[in-house]
Design a protein around this ligand. Structure first.
Ligand code: ATP
Length: 588
């Protein structure tokens, strides 16, 4: 196929925002391709190989500029200035070479295959003289390119495809091209265990769309990681899991998929990049302590202080990403421990459809624990108290929370799925204020959009009994039903004032002021220091008051309480301190 056809399709894709149109355009293109279908899909993605092979294109823009300068006669610094102005070397190249092209007699048509092979050469070219070789290959391509081809060639080689056709759009397009829309799930399932779209497109074309169902998980090809849902409390997790589940530490590090094929070990990130070269120490350890020939395992690599036996903040691990010659030093300075929590394949037998509890037993049997390879801590629980105890242990050990895992018969490993088979629960979800507060409305702000004509938010206050003052603690706009919002102006009308009530202390200027009367029950995430609210001003910290973070109306009007029973400042201070104690205890 001519590269022109692909470039013109890319141009049309760039000019539509409708996903269905994109799918139509791409599936049409795929149907037209033949033996070069793989190359076509790679170029659609702006790649020459799947991410996990680590072959990057992205040649420096400098080389692109040099090539354009040599073909157009314009000076390099003039093109650079243009690039600063327009930000898109592809467009600049298209315009510059437009006139030239018409005058050129000795060019030949570019094919998809020729472009792909040239780009592959560019990406593999390394070492001495590689810049000159890359320039030469690019010049050769540009010389033969039509203007629209120039645009996409330059974008692809510099790694700036811009339109970047999303993987899921290509999944849909493969289904439509070689089957029908209802085959999308089939293509997606194949993609989850073989995230190589060119290969899938080729197999769908050559063997029919249904042949994708025979794809199996393969050592060396990363699968998409299984993900977790979240719930706000251990109680809800227990209910959702039918009263019994496995609870694991949720380690805070880098998701790492291990592939062992004999003596060869490869590591992949959650985004399926090959990260093997960053962790030679882990690779070595896997060779020694994973006692099976072939394996695909799931885990979390966590930076670790070996002396104190403590986990370190996960950001530390990114220091491993530095240049190669720093790696040796980084390995010594930032040791990493790999906590394994799942096995998707052992000795060439897929465990994807095996229930979790069984997978876990097989994982444990296949691994000998060492200083740097450990099995994730886990326990079976069937009541909230034990779950809570384990959760606190996890925090104490330096984890960010727990992962609850279903242990029923259907608890298979679902690649790419975020479902309730796994549920995460982290420390910050616990930062729900333990108690509600009863706050009084002292002001309101006019609403906008859907809320125009009514109130967008209310200004809420606590009470100081000693001083008979109402001081602001938050703006409240969440938790109301449509009906409640509609009713607010009517409910507040009797209390409306022309200006601020003298008992109210506020540094915020509301649109409407009210006599403190209407009381609402409010819950928030936590009490924080605030530079704007006057509640407890200067008490905890000079110049700061206290505020409620993420406040929401619980739905309960406190008409049963008198206004002097509004939550008072003293209670807020106590809540603030007890919350701090709890956080400190959690971290201790
Ligand atoms: P988060 O930002 O909360 O880590 P996420 O969106 O990155 O979430 P989720 O699937 O929602 O990913 O949360 C699970 C993540 O937690 C996994 O991607 C993995 O990196 C990490 N993790 C740590 N310990 C475990 C464990 N025991 N089981 C599964 N995942 C774990």
């Amino acid at each position: 196929m001519r590269f022109l056809e692909l470039a013109e399709t890319l141009d049309k894709i760039e000019n539509t925002t409708k996903r269905l149109e994109m799918v139509d355009l791409i599936s049409d293109l795929l149907r037209h391709t033949d033996e070069d279908i793989k190359e076509t899909v790679y170029l659609l993605q702006g790649k020459v190989a799947p991410d996990y092979e680590g072959l990057e294109l992205g040649i420096a823009e400098k080389i692109g500029i040099r090539a354009l300068s040599s073909l157009s006669g314009l000076r390099e610094n003039e093109i650079e200035t243009e690039l600063v102005r327009k930000g898109d070397l592809g467009k600049i190249g298209e315009e510059l070479l437009h006139a030239k092209k018409q005058a050129s007699l000795f060019s030949e048509d570019l094919t998809v295959r020729k472009v792909y092979e040239s780009l592959l050469k560019i990406s593999k070219s390394a070492g001495e003289g590689s810049q000159t070789r890359k320039l030469q290959i690019l010049l050769d391509l540009l010389h033969n390119a039509e203007p629209v081809e120039v645009r996409y060639l330059l974008r692809i080689v510099t790694g700036k495809m811009r339109i970047g056709v999303a993987d899921m759009t290509i999944v849909d397009s493969i289904a439509v091209a070689f089957g029908a829309k209802d085959k999308t799930d089939l293509v997606e399932s194949a993609y989850n265990i073989m995230p190589d779209l060119p290969e899938l497109a080729y197999r769908a074309m050559a063997g029919g769309i249904d042949s994708l169902s025979s794809i199996r998980i393969t050592p060396g090809i990363p699968i998409r990681s299984m993900l977790a849902e979240r719930l706000p409390s251990l109680k809800e997790i227990l209910e959702r899991m039918d009263g019994r589940f496995a609870i694991e530490y949720k380690y805070d590090g880098l998701r790492t998929q291990v592939h062992k094929i004999g003596n060869k070990v490869e590591l992949f990130s959650r985004r399926m990049e090959n990260i093997t070269s960053q962790f030679p120490d882990i690779v070595e350890e896997i060779r020694k302590f994973v006692k099976v020939e072939n394996a695909i395992l799931d885990g979390e690599a966590v930076p670790f202080n070996m002396e104190t036996n403590e986990m370190l903040p996960f950001q530390e691990i990114s220091k491993r990403r530095g240049r190669k010659y720093y790696l040796k030093e980084a390995i010594e300075r930032i040791p990493v421990v790999l906590f394994l929590f799942d096995a998707m394949m052992l000795n060439n037998k897929s465990l994807m459809d095996t229930p979790y509890a069984n997978r876990r037993v097989k994982l444990t049997n296949a691994i000998e624990e060492s200083d740097k390879i450990k099995i994730a801590k886990s326990r079976i629980v069937s009541d909230v108290e034990s779950a809570d105890k384990f959760f606190n242990e996890a925090l104490e050990a330096g984890c960010e929370g727990i992962m609850a895992k279903s242990i029923d018969d259907k608890s298979i490993y679902k690649p790419g799925a975020r479902e309730f088979l796994w549920i995460k629960y982290k420390r910050e979800y616990q930062l729900e204020m333990e108690d509600t507060v009863d706050l009084v409305v002292i002001g309101a702000f006019g609403g906008q959009g859907k809320r125009s004509g009514g109130y967008g938010a209310l200004l809420m206050a606590v009470y100081s009994r000693e001083e008979d003052k109402f001081r602001t603690i938050c703006k409240l706009g969440s938790g109301f039903s449509e009906e409640q919002l509609d009713n607010l102006p009517r409910m507040l009308k009797p209390y409306q004032l022309k200006k601020r009530d003298p008992r109210v202390e506020s540094s915020i200027d509301a649109d409407f002021w009210f006599t403190p009367s209407l009381m609402l029950e409010v819950k928030g995430a936590e009490i924080t220091l605030s530079p704007t609210h006057t509640c407890c001003l200067n008490v905890v910290k000079k110049g700061a008051g206290l505020a409620i973070r993420f406040p929401r109306f619980t739905g309960r009007w406190r008409g049963d309480k008198k206004v002097d029973e509004t939550t008072n400042e003293q209670e807020i201070i106590e809540m603030y301190h007890s919350q701090r104690k709890k956080i400190l205890a959690d971290y201790a």
